[in-house]
Design a protein around this ligand. Structure first.
Ligand code: MN
Length: 253
């Protein structure tokens, strides 16, 4: 099995290294990841400027390619140009920080997995709650268990999954919950500061946190300390709206 591994924290991120070591137990791992951190760039791609890439080695071992672009660029280029053959699986992570709730739509980590799914390849994003010195090895072992479980269920080609691991799940026996993505709005506040020249600048604070909800979602399950697994789909069509809009006649032009 050939696994394309990517992330949005950059090819030298410790989370990617830990996932790489763990995934070697599953198959051949090929890395194509951004050369610098690209967190929060979503599904951006490079098309107005040329895209460059450098082959990266660890000692004598060829590790993969550092792409001077976005996570989606790295996956597109990795599959189209660099992989020795079509990958059987795309894994994105381990991201430094959860990608749950509406952050899924800002996430470069998830976008890289979506890109893999565009190619019809089963793709999994893996994220770990942010911590100064996280146990990435333990998180990678948990991520690998989830990926093995997913593959054992023989998902349709192009299936897309989002896995989040809270730090509290790194000790003891973690619980896995299959949950939908929360769509609650949060993290809309900015801190206004003044620079040395008297000009205002703004810094996103991630406040306020998601509102408490009785409905189980990735956000509530993570708050309860569970590892979350969410099947995703990138089809943004609101199916329920199709019939409403198609009813009656339209006068245009
Ligand atoms: Mn990131």
């Amino acid at each position: 099995m050939l696994i394309l591994l990517t992330n949005d924290d950059g090819i030298f991120a410790p989370g990617l290294a830990a996932m790489e070591r763990a995934l070697r137990g599953l198959g051949e791992v090929f890395v194509a990841a951004p050369s610098t951190e690209q967190s929060g760039v979503g599904h951006a791609i490079t098309f107005l400027t040329p895209l460059t890439a450098k082959e990266v080695f660890e000692g004598d071992r060829r590790r993969g390619w550092a792409v001077d672009g976005s996570p989606a660029d790295a996956v597109k280029l990795g599959i189209s140009e660099f992989c020795p053959r079509r990958p059987d699986l795309v894994v994105s992570g381990i991201n430094a920080g959860l990608n749950a709730g509406i952050n899924v739509l800002y996430s470069g980590t998830v976008a890289a997995a979506v890109e893999g799914a565009f190619f019809g390849i089963t793709s999994v994003a893996v994220s770990l709650e942010w911590d100064d010195h996280p146990d990435y090895a333990r998180a990678a072992a948990i991520g690998l268990d989830v990926i093995r479980g997913l593959l054992a269920r023989r998902p349709a080609p192009g299936s897309l999954f989002n896995v989040n691991i809270p730090t509290s799940a790194l000790v003891g026996r973690p619980e896995l919950r299959v949950v939908p993505m929360s769509v609650a709005r949060y993290g809309e506040a900015f801190e206004r500061r003044v620079d040395p020249r008297g000009r205002a600048y703004y810094w996103a604070t991630n406040e306020p946190p998601p509102p408490p909800s009785p409905l189980e979602s990735d956000v509530t399950a993570l708050a309860a300390g569970a590892v979350t697994l969410t099947p995703l789909d990138y089809d943004l069509t609101h199916r329920g709206g199709l019939d409403d809009l198609a009813a009656g006649t339209w006068a245009i032009g």
